[in-house]
Design a protein around this ligand. Sequence first.
Ligand code: PLP
Length: 433
Amino acid sequence: MATDKNAELFERARALIPGGVNSPVRAFRAVGGTPRFVQRAQGAYFWDAEGTRYIDYIGSWGPMILGHGHPRVLDAVQRAVRDGFSFGAPTEREIELAEEIVKHLPSVEMVRLVSSGTEAAMSAIRLARGATGRNRIIKFEGCYHGHADALLVKAGSGLATFGHPTSAGVPPEVVQHTLVLEYNNIAQLEEAFAAHGDDLACIMIEAIAGNMNFVRASVPFMKRCRELCTQYGALLVFDEVMTGFRVGLRGAQGVYAQAIPGFAPDMTVLGKVIGGGMPLAAFGGRKALMENLAPLGPVYQAGTLSGNPVATACGLATLQEIALPGFYQALAARTQSLVDGLAAAAQEAGLPFATDCEGGMFGFFLLPQLPQNYGQVMKSDSPKFGRLFHGLLDRGVYIAPALYEAGFVSAAHGEEDIAQTVQAAREVFKTLA
Ligand SMILES: *Cc1c(COP(=O)(O)O)cnc(C)c1O
């Protein structure tokens, strides 16, 4: 018999929903224990079924950049709801959201709105293939682009061999055009282009990868990606579902444009923050490229709930808040103070620790140095991470329940929240060293 309300709900959920959850990482399989069932959230906090408060460093895996229940967002959503939930016909708000996205991302002239990052990434690949007339795509080990069949693939045995499905139910034929390469490995990238460049539709990349905790593409690696795509006529697709409007107003592409003059991707995939917590995502790029989509062009793509009026109201209100002057400076400073505090606490405890952040996104590793690729990320001590996770959870701090996930700070996280988090980490680190 379950003794606590979370455990009781988990039991009920497991009887009806596979694993008790509607997205696997929520089940705490990597860290053990009972998932917290969220009752409500406000600002930087959520409360579980027992009424226990947690400082939330997941923020719905990124979207809640303003914190939960921001008054102006709430107001916009409530007004939108009264006007209708869904029409299946165009609305002015879709144009306003498109304008807001295009205004901040110089590489994006046109966008198509969809309902999830998975859908956006899948559609971007179809468009890349349709526009180039080519089949092959490159992805990198450790990057996640949603769960479309062609993207559920891991590297094959040899260098630049085609990959194997990472999920049952994906026929090998479906991933035979997906080349999986090591992140930040320029030699392998060059080899792949030399062998397959003439049939490559695109590279898809998380430039600041948040699905292997937090790993940046090096500037020389990104520069080479851009050069090779241009040279061979392949498209460089930035999956900014996580980083878009999260690491800065211009996303990860803005970070690389500062280091590489004139840098821009050919296509951008967005999600998470642009919906402000509602199901909304997008993909966009140059006008001539985007005009390959139906109804103008031969690449089919559609959605009953695409551009949903409530979701666009939520996204629009969110984007208007984050575009206010000084928003990202304040968010980045808060995030920096968190990772600095964690690093100092780890050092005090004599614990190997490496950390990095950009804007409102951060990562840390129980490793002496920041990893450069997935193989190095996976050298992290997983049982130790599990103890760290539960130590923090017991002290009211909720970080991602898996060591290969990034963390998120919102504008609602205050100095006291950061101080409380660092203090909790100080106590837990001592037990781990
Ligand atoms: C979350 C995520 C996705 C998938 O988005 P969903 O809305 O969960 O389908 C794709 N790419 C990246 C980089 C993500 O972080």
